[in-house]
Design a protein around this ligand. Structure first.
Ligand code: NAP
Length: 291
């Protein structure tokens, strides 16, 4: 049985009075060779949810290449995962820069001889009300989340996937049908990502490429939740308000990514799947309990 080694701690203080007792990592029951021989590129793979995705894909046989801007952070993550027996490496790029992205993607194909899995996880976030988001701030988030996803996806298609197929997983947010306080830029950008997910799935199905998205709810121990807790007066609530009454852990996202990238999901494409304890479908938010 494979565990998401090293992933059991609750991570940094999320900034509010949060109950961390319900986020132990569930050990994997997937076979350790599920992704044997595969090569995965994970943007933003050195931190948070992205690192958990690298850890879980790597623990199930895939080589993982992380891509983001800060080399020191990438080196530390590669060292951490390598110590767990994972075949990990990195490329440095800003996902907003199409040429730099193309160079990293080409490098992966040249050095690894393949590119089977792409996880578009890199994102920018600074929670703020619409009234306080500047044009530059709004553009930065849209450029990283949406244009960045386009850049990496397009480069991967051209460099390898058009010929050999593959699986793309976009990390979104469960915001598409809602108004989301402090997240005008992120919600707009992620709604675009959801749309791109569906269109790429439709256009590229004939190439053997599956494209899906995962929309995480609030994930304990992540930079995203920490920043949100700092920005919201009073922090995030002690008890999660979703019907399952628990926070998520990066491994909850990673296990779904693992399934989506595996042959077991060969007929799954064009879907945006929320991993949020049913929070995004709970219209009345009554917290009614076991009725
Ligand atoms: P995180 O730890 O802040 O990770 C973001 C990653 O993206 C970092 O590794 C960062 O590395 C990279 N990145 C940022 N800007 C980049 C750029 N311009 N080019 C390349 N890489 C860039 O975030 P997280 O909280 O784990 O979130 C991961 C994903 O889940 C995001 O897509 C986020 O929107 C989504 N999500 C998170 C939550 C949550 O509760 N945390 C909820 C819903 C959705 P560098 O700074 O080194 O570039």
């Amino acid at each position: 049985m494979i565990g998401a080694a090293g992933a059991t701690g609750p991570g940094p203080d999320p900034g509010g009075d949060v109950d961390e007792s319900n986020v132990a990592v569930e050990p994997s029951r997937f076979t350790p060779d599920l992704l044997a021989g595969r090569v995965a590129l994970v943007t933003g793979g050195a931190t948070g949810i992205g690192k958990e995705i690298c850890r879980v894909l790597g623990a199930h046989g895939s080589a993982v290449v992380m891509a983001s801007r800060k080399q020191e952070q990438l080196e530390a993550a590669v060292a951490e995962l390598s110590a767990e027996g994972i075949d990990a490496s990195f490329g440095v790029c800003d996902v907003r820069d199409a040429e730099a992205v193309r160079a990293v993607v080409d490098g992966v194909v040249a050095e690894r001889g393949a590119l089977d899995i792409v996880v578009n996880n890199a994102a920018g976030n600074f929670p703020a009300p619409m009234s306080a988001i500047s044009p530059n701030g709004f553009k930065a988030v849209v450029d990283i989340d949406l244009l960045g996803t386009y850049n990496v996806t397009k480069a991967s298609f051209e460099a390898r996937m058009r010929e050999r197929g593959g699986s793309i997983v976009n990390i979104s947010a469960p915001f598409e049908q809602r108004g989301v306080v402090y997240q005008a830029h992120v919600a707009a950008a992620k709604s675009g990502v959801d749309s791109l997910t569906r269109t790429c799935a439709v256009e590229w199905g004939p190439y053997g490429i599956r494209v899906n998205a995962i929309a995480p709810g609030s994930m304990l121990g992540t930079e995203g939740l920490k920043r949100f807790a700092e920005a919201v007066p009073g922090g995030v609530p002690q008890k999660p308000s979703n019907p399952l009454g628990r926070h998520g852990h990066g491994s909850d996202i990673a296990y779904l990514a693992l399934f989506l990238c595996s042959p077991m999901a060969r007929f799954v494409s064009g879907q945006v799947i929320a991993v949020d304890g049913a929070g995004s479908v709970d219209m009345l938010r009554l917290g009614a309990g076991p009725i």
